[in-house]
Design a binder for this molecule. Structure first.
Ligand code: G6P
Ligand code: MN
Length: 447
């Protein structure tokens, strides 16, 4: 059987992680062809060299081809992974910088930075989704492109439930909470719900019993894992839930903004410089592209454990939490869909009737049963009011971003920034739109 996976953003730095996961899959029905698509031919060359070295000693490794032609890449695809970064890491650095200069959070996916990234990305994701609907109507689209919830929702307007968004952060959190409770992460049911990068663990059931109260009652246990230290035992007990690490930007906003303003450079700027070195090395004749990739990756992963990582997750992570394992989530999802192997994964899908405070088309992040029919959200208890409030505010902002991308209205873009809980003035929102449109050619459509 021929199974074809198309990777959009195929010249991306994390593509070898995905290919590595595919190489480890020996079961029937596995991916046999990988098509890499990227706008940048040099990045494709660099990453293709890494993959060729990865495949060198593996019998029946998935065949890899590369193209800069999007329609050609999509035709005949069974699965499409979208992992693009519109504007590149230079764009990410500008998202961070412009917001921090205004005194608000400058971060890849949260707050003003995330809105700017969304405004840039939605028109591109929209175009991709339309093409997939035309050229590969039976394909499943797995979206890692950030801001993942918003981008998945944009694509779902063309693809319905055939697009599924993924993120590694809920799995990582669930795994850490399970471990600290002495439970096997594979056996435990993680009761998690929210939006992407805005969710909470409300319970962890083992054999039907909720073990989370035991964790919340024990300051020593709370102090022994990343989120426990990040938020502090008192705040976690007050909440009665364990938030996704990205909630740190909301609950400790001033502290993070100040720390980032004082940092020597932003995460985006760090990665931009680091990856530029990798892409230059990887195409140099006589060098091993794989060795260059591995050493760059090791250097990047070391920053996950240091203070200068921009996400709230700075701190010590277990070795297998490094780089989150999003390729594992992607592979597990593909296997479940392609082989009808029933499994449960926390994914970004349309709400349906899961959270009553949101409409059916709102994309949320929630445990889903996955099988050949796709991902089906599992009914979730309502969130407490304060969390529902945040979820509804941020979803309203996402909707303004979608509206601004559709109409090209600058006023709607201002509204998106102004309504965000982490942007504290309409005046700031106006200046952010000025700053971002000046920094990003990809926002020239806003009038
Ligand atoms: C986690 C998040 C991703 C995000 C990434 C940033 O994996 O789930 O959505 O893109 O962190 O990591 P980076 O190394 O690029 O700062
Ligand atoms: Mn994520």
């Amino acid at each position: 059987m021929r199974v074809r996976l198309t990777i959009l953003g195929g010249g991306g730095f994390r593509v070898p992680l995905v290919y590595g996961a595919l190489l480890g899959d020996r079961a029937a029905g596995r991916v046999t062809h990988v098509v890499l698509h990227d706008l940048d031919a040099d990045r494709l060359t660099a990453v293709s060299r890494v993959l060729a070295e990865q495949a060198a000693d593996v019998p029946d490794a998935p065949e890899v081809t590369a193209t800069t032609d999007l329609d050609e890449a999509l035709r005949g695809a069974d699965f499409v992974f979208s992992a693009i970064r519109v504007g590149g890491l230079e764009g990410r650095a500008a998202d961070e910088r412009v917001a921090l200069a205004e005194g608000v959070l400058g971060q890849e996916t949260v707050g003003a930075g995330g809105i700017a990234y969304g405004l840039r990305t939605v028109p591109v994701a929209d175009d991709i989704a339309r093409r997939v609907a035309r050229l590969a109507p039976d394909a499943w689209v797995i979206n890692f492109t950030n801001p993942a919830g918003l981008v998945t929702e944009a694509m779902s307007r063309h693809l319905g439930d055939r697009v599924i968004g993924i993120c590694d952060s809920p799995v990582g959190l669930g795994r850490r909470v399970a471990r600290v409770l002495g439970a096997d992460p594979r056996e435990a049911w993680i009761d998690y719900v929210g939006l992407n990068h805005l969710g909470w663990v409300r319970g962890l059931r083992v054999d039907g019993r909720d073990e989370l109260p035991r964790l919340l009652a024990d300051p020593r246990l709370l102090g022994s894992f990343e989120e426990g230290r990040l938020f502090g035992p008192d705040w976690l007990r007050a909440l009665g839930m364990i938030p996704n690490e990205y909630l740190h930007y909301y609950y400790f906003n001033r502290e993070t903004v100040r720390a980032y303003q004082e940092a020597e450079r932003t995460r985006g700027a760090f990665l931009r410089d680091q990856q530029a070195r990798f892409y230059a090395q990887a195409v140099r004749p006589g060098t091993s592209a794989l060795a260059a990739w591995e050493s760059t990756r090791a250097e990047r992963e070391a920053t996950y454990m240091s203070e200068n990582r921009d996400t709230a997750g700075a701190g010590e992570r277990e070795a297998d939490d490094l780089s989150g394992g999003y390729e594992k989530v992607a592979l597990a999802l593909m296997r479940a869909v392609a082989r009808d192997e029933r499994t449960t994964l926390i994914l970004n899908v349309r709400n349906g009737r899961t959270l009553a405070a949101l409409d059916a088309d709102a994309v949320i992040e929630v445990p889903c049963l996955v099988d050949a029919g796709g991902a089906h959200p599992v009914a979730a208890d309502p969130l407490p009011d304060h969390a529902t409030g945040l979820v509804c505010s941020v979803k309203a902002v996402e909707r303004e971003v979608l509206a601004a991308a559709a109409s090209g209205s600058r006023a709607t873009a201002v509204k998106a920034f102004a309504l965000h809980p982490l942007v504290d003035s309409v005046g700031v929102a106006r200046r952010l739109v000025d700053g971002y449109t000046a920094a990003h050619p990809g926002l020239a459509y806003l009038r």
